[in-house]
Design a protein around this ligand. Structure first.
Ligand code: DQA
Length: 138
């Protein structure tokens, strides 16, 4: 299987960004352990802080190249009609993930433009949210 992980804004700062909420591991370190644990799965990772670049990445990944997309659109989850529309437009199933439990945080994090068109949503399990999302495609 081939899985694409797409991470949105500020997730490049994982490890040093609000570690009490997001943990102290960088995504690069986490990704290495994930690839070691699942050697037979092709895991590709893309991160951008730019909304349109995330839409481009969804379009490029969304027609045949991957079996599934794991999307943490981060703050754009709560604001971006364009990312929501891209998830609806593509063929590849998208599982939405969040590291923190967005429902136990501010009200503005309870809204998601991704969820209505996601195959499923995994929220609040720390970086394990990504692993659970990958398992959902196996
Ligand atoms: C997040 C939750 C979002 O509300 C926040 O803006 C993020 C990260 C998470 O993974 O917990 O940047 O998507």
């Amino acid at each position: 299987k081939n899985i694409m992980i797409i991470n949105g804004p500020n997730l490049n700062l994982l490890g040093k960004r609000e570690p009490g909420i997001y943990g102290s591991l960088s995504f690069t370190e986490f990704l290495e352990t994930l690839k070691d644990k699942y050697p037979n799965i092709g895991i590709t990772h893309y991160q951008s802080n730019v909304e349109g670049e995330l839409i481009n990445a969804l379009q490029e990944a969304g027609f045949g190249a991957y079996d599934g997309i794991v999307l943490n659109a981060a703050a754009y989850t709560h604001t971006s009609v364009g990312i929501g529309d891209a998830v609806a437009a593509i063929e590849t199933p998208v599982v939405e993930v969040h590291i923190s439990n967005t429902f136990s945080r501010e009200d503005f994090r309870h809204q998601s433009y991704v969820s209505p068109n996601a195959k499923g949503v995994i929220v609040g399990f720390g970086l394990q949210s990504y692993e659970l999302a990958i398992q959902s495609f196996l």
